[in-house]
Design a protein around this ligand. Sequence first.
Ligand code: AHM
Ligand code: MG
Length: 335
Amino acid sequence: MAKRISLTRYLVEQQRVDGLIPGQLRLLLEVVARACKSISHAVNKGALGGVLGSADSENVQGEMQKKLDIIANEVLIEANEWGGHLAGMASEEMDGIYVVPNRYPQGEYLLLFDPLDGSSNIDVNVSIGTIFSVLKMPEDDRGVDAGDFLQKGSQQVAAGYCVYGPQTTLVLTVGDGVAMFTLDREQGSFVLTQENVRIPADTKEFAINMSNMRHWDEPVKRYIDECLQGKEGPRGKDFNMRWIASMVADVHRIMTRGGIFMYPWDKREPNKPGKLRLLYEANPMGWLVEQAGGAATNGRQRILDIQPTQLHERVSVILGSKNEVDRVTSYHSTL
Ligand code: AHM
Ligand code: MG
């Protein structure tokens, strides 16, 4: 029988054998995984657990919160605040940062997350997920503040997501490629199911919310228009389309079989750079995709090179199979 490698063992080996991650970071990742397991159980219970529906509150971005958005946020905070590995946390669902209370030891890491991505899919039983990113506190910093979180994506020391779908799968990078772990519910542990995840450089599948087409900018219109022309058009091949409306699930498909995902800037709210958030969504997903051989840009610049200026900053996102992302990005400089 093939040897089963648990997430715990994988992380211990990354620490011990490869010296890739310090002990505190290993502990942090284990705690995040435990929190994801608990969120997965809550998601699974659905109506039986009384967790569906709206929470009748809005987050800082003016979006209606679902009960599960709030539950997932609390699970992540409660799991992580006491371990001594963190200085603070920031979440898509909280206005400001969460500083680890004085009664607990302070660590040197910062944890950022979108506790439950794809909220519109919760009540309809479609895949959703948790996205997280880990940064180090800037050196010689006394006391954590929001500015400490405004680091480029290239500074991340770990990033991952957990997709709650037909299976619960945790996908992780610590800068040494991407590994996938599937939750074994009977054993209660994540088991390594794929290492060295690679995204093919070419694809025939795109993911974008087509209902926004009339609001897009020319480069995105051109790219999609060429895909839609199929074999008879300039691309000389037929394309397929998928849009799950859960970034986690769309990115997971790309991790599994390639593809391109776009949530570009559009003219609906011209002052907003996009819908998705740089710190909680684009940076962790951008790094994971790059670690799997793909690319991630905002059309003009590599996502990981963007200097954030605000905690809840939004960004235009184009990521996935490298040749397609390069093509869309090149259309931005020629049009
Ligand atoms: P959320 O974090 O509030 O769930 O919003 C982000 C989600 C992404 O997962 C997804 O790609 C996008 O919003 C879908 O948006 P739309 O409903 O406009 O297609
Ligand atoms: Mg989200």
